[in-house]
Design a protein around this ligand. Sequence first.
Ligand code: SF4
Ligand code: MG
Length: 316
Amino acid sequence: EPLVQVKKLSKYFQISKKETLKAVEDVSFDIYKGETVGLVGESGCGKSTTGRCLVKLYEPTKGNVLYKGKDIFDSKKNSEKLEYCKNTQMIFQNPYSSLNPRMTVKDVVGEGIRLHEKISEKNLDEKIEDLLKTVGLNRDHMSRFSHEFSGGQRQRIGIARALSVNPEFIVCDEPISALDVSIQAQVLNMLKKLQKERGLTYLFIAHDLSVVKYISDKVIVMYLGTIVEQANAVDLYKNPMHPYTKALLSAIPEADPKIAKSKQRIMLKGEIPSPINPKECCRFVERCTYAKPICHEAIPKLKTYDDNHKVACHLF
Ligand code: SF4
Ligand code: MG
């Protein structure tokens, strides 16, 4: 059984009487214990909104999120709610805005621990010291304020905070995209190492396919609120099917000059259309070079092909 099951999830925001922003539309996928699922797409495609529904920061408009078979929005028992909050954590994109600058590191990291267990001040200090060590910081950092730290250090504090309650599942919402390129790999490696050591399960959100390639077992590509393709990471990179995935892949810089020479960059025409009152057709149609008449008339369904490779496109 999957650890997390997302079933026909939709999240709408009512902008005005006539305008509905359909941020996420009919999205379904499973996440198994210990794996990393990469969720990729340009900004505004609904990936953060999906992630936020999974940690209960948003309530879905339609659909369900199950954790170990139980609907996370259905539980009425407080103990179950608290248990879910403990098991599921989020690492945010912006380490500058996600940490309260006036809180000490001890308070930031200790907040969740205090909420979930009775603990003496001495044991709390020891626990926080351990957590800080785990993320490459130390005891001396405990009494300092988060605004005193660099972006990379702040994200380490954010990771320590997420780990503080021993979660099983972490939604990482573009955890490295706001960081200097020089420290992105460090943080990514740390997340990988932590996953191995602690058996963590990740939903890893990113806006380009190069980052998730390194960390994901499975990759989901979203476009304008919908899933356009989903596959094992190896299959997706070797055999991308959806025209949008192909375009995203072609944008990844190639280190090997031999391959780079033969690689053609697919330029997408136009801009991402507005997710407000989207048309009932393929949402990629205005930008797709393969569009056929049917693409303007019907929403392509996500269908499964070989080896659990799923794609939503009328070409197949
Ligand atoms: Fe392009 Fe049509 Fe496929 Fe949409 S359904 S991606 S418009 S070919
Ligand atoms: Mg986002």
